[in-house]
Design a protein around this ligand. Structure first.
Ligand code: VG1
Ligand code: CO
Length: 538
């Protein structure tokens, strides 16, 4: 049936899909309008397959049913959906690729909180398994502003608890186990025997699934297959409100894990993932591995795992991610690309075979095995490396710093600040930065001051205004940008990166103190936002 509707506030393409408060999505026709706006931006899907899944957050169940009915009415031949409407982001990417689907929807607001007062989101991924590129998100956004109708089938809800295939009109609905295909892929990439041996030998770990989607995957892979002790996966049942927590694996929201890992009772390895399973937090006994370091260390050691034994084609990092990866690339003579924030920018490089491993400072790491960042993949690669090298995480981290030097790195988030004040801050910085070039500041000289612009080397597209950078002569960097994933006010992110090859054991915030102070002086963050300090420091 065809339902008449009106253009709606579909939001400019963000870092990752459409993200809004649950209460916004609950407005009549809201989810339908967005889904139809996506379908209207696509061509050639008649009779093809669409993959559907979500991270289990509040409203997942409702929107999955809407999406199935709309896929049928719009002429898809088949929907492949995770049991109970569940699929992690990397698992969705894998299923799209493996079954050559036309694309897929992931229902998630990722690391944002869930529940009736929390956030909801819809991401569309294309046939390569990756987030819709900017061209497509622009077209979707344009459709949201002119939509007048959507197509949806009538009828009862599909029973998503039962694995198997049923028909909805001319369309097949195949309900699959969310874990099986993902686990098969992981077993192909990594030396499960070597990891299992290490675990048998007494290696202990804790994985915190944060009551989000990775629970079922971690139970199956870590506990049941690799043999970690029962209970080593905690918060392993996906809950609609994530147990009231923020499913963001950082030092604030995964504090219990951090505290454990710094205590005498620490297991050998600690890790966590986010709402939709694409992020990873890695903490060794007594050592937190910053995500920027983690991608560099994984790139340096990846050849120890089966899938990467032949070496890497190249690597990439998002612009605000520390330059630790660049040092590994230089030593190994690999191309190293610098992209804007957001996984969609890695897609072309991966598809073109120019890179094998890539990552973001926001705890996203991944490879060419799918087209999304992948939390459990990073955990398994770390375990594979630890098992092969027979060293602790701490020994690997410290050895890496001795070999490559250390990039002290931190991100300061000012969450949900007044949007107008944040926009003004950025506008004033943009007006000011040409004057900063050549300035003596924070004990150094500013060599470059600009607004990051990316020229995609594969398709030639240009993305402007991706963050203001102050780059010092010694390579230290201060970066300011506004988040594209928040749902209330604005979130200002300040990133600080400083290379050091002598003093390797400093405390991060003190090592960066001069740069941090200068960053605030230039942008007047505290006075303009009215905040005494950042909401989250990573
Ligand atoms: C944040 C991170 C970015 C990440 C994005 C989506 O974006 O900084 O690195 O790709 O979230 O991650 P922003 O625009 O808020 O800085 V996920 O795990 O929320 O899909
Ligand atoms: Co995520």
């Amino acid at each position: 049936m065809i339902v008449k509707t009106k253009p709606f506030d579909g939001q400019k393409p963000g870092t990752s899909g459409l993200r809004k408060k649950v209460t916004v999505f609950q407005q009549p026709h809201y989810a339908e309008n967005f889904i139809q706006s996506v379908f209207d931006a696509l061509t050639g899907f008649a009779g093809k397959a669409l993959v559907l899944g979500g991270d289990g957050r509040f409203y997942n169940k409702e929107v999955i049913q809407i999406a199935i009915r709309m896929a049928a009415a719009n002429g898809f031949g088949k929907v492949i959906v995770g049991q109970d409407g569940l699929l992690s982001t990397p698992a969705t990417s894998n299923i799209i690729r493996k079954y050559q689907a036309f694309g897929g929807f992931i229902l998630s607001a990722s690391h944002n909180p869930g529940g009736p007062d929390g956030d909801f989101g819809i991401k569309y991924n294309s046939s390569n398994g990756g987030p819709a590129p900017e061209k497509l998100t622009d077209a979707i956004y344009a459709n949201t502003k002119k939509i007048s109708q959507y197509k949806i089938e009538d009828g009862a809800d599909v029973d998503l608890a039962r694995i198997g295939t049923i028909q909805m009109g001319a369309m097949a609905v195949e309900v699959i186990d969310p874990v099986t295909d993902y686990q098969i892929l992981m077993e192909q990439l990594f030396d499960f025997d070597v990891i299992a041996q290490m675990i048998k030998g007494g290696f202990t770990l804790r994985f915190d699934a944060m009551s989000a989607i990775t629970g079922p995957y971690a139970h199956a892979i870590l506990e049941k297959t690799l043999g970690t002790a029962a209970g080593s996966v905690v918060n392993g049942t996906p809950l609609p409100d994530f147990g009231g927590h923020h499913p963001d694996p950082n030092l604030v929201y995964a504090k219990d894990l951090y505290d454990l890992m710094m205590s005498p009772a620490a297991p050998d390895f600690g890790a966590a993932s986010d709402g939709d399973g694409d992020r990873n937090l890695i903490i060794g006994k007594g050592v937190f591995v910053t995500p920027s370091d983690s991608v560099a260390m994984l790139a340096a050691n990846a050849h120890l795992a089966e899938a990467y034994a032949k070496g890497l084609a190249g690597v990439a990092r998002s612009m605000p991610t520390s330059a630790a990866l660049d040092r590994v690339a230089a030593a190994k003579r690999l191309d190293c690309y610098e992209t804007p924030t957001g996984w969609k920018f890695f897609g072309n490089l991966l598809d073109a075979g120019r890179i094998t491993i890539c990552g973001e400072e926001s705890a996203g790491t991944g490879s060419n095995h799918v087209r999304e960042k992948d939390g459990l993949w990073a955990v398994l690669l770390w375990l594979n490396i630890v098992a092969k090298r027979k060293l602790s995480v701490k020994e690997i981290v410290e050895g890496h710093w001795r070999e490559f030097g250390r990039n002290y790195y931190s991100r300061h988030d000012y969450e949900e600040v007044d949007a107008e004040a944040a926009n003004k801050l950025m506008a004033d910085l943009r007006a000011q930065f040409p004057k900063l070039k050549g300035a003596k500041a924070a004990g150094g000289v500013i060599a470059t001051a600009d607004d990051f612009e990316y020229l995609d080397p594969v398709d030639g597209s240009v993305s402007k205004s991706q963050g203001i950078r102050l780059i010092f002569e010694d390579g230290s960097r201060i970066i300011y940008r506004l988040s594209g994933t928040g749902t209330a006010g604005a979130t200002l992110r300040l990133y600080i990166d400083k290379f050091e090859n002598k003093q390797l054991g400093l405390e991060t915030q003190s090592a960066l103190a001069t740069l941090i102070k200068y960053a605030d002086d230039v942008a007047q963050i505290k006075s303009r936002t009215g905040r005494k300090g950042p909401t989250v420091i990573t």
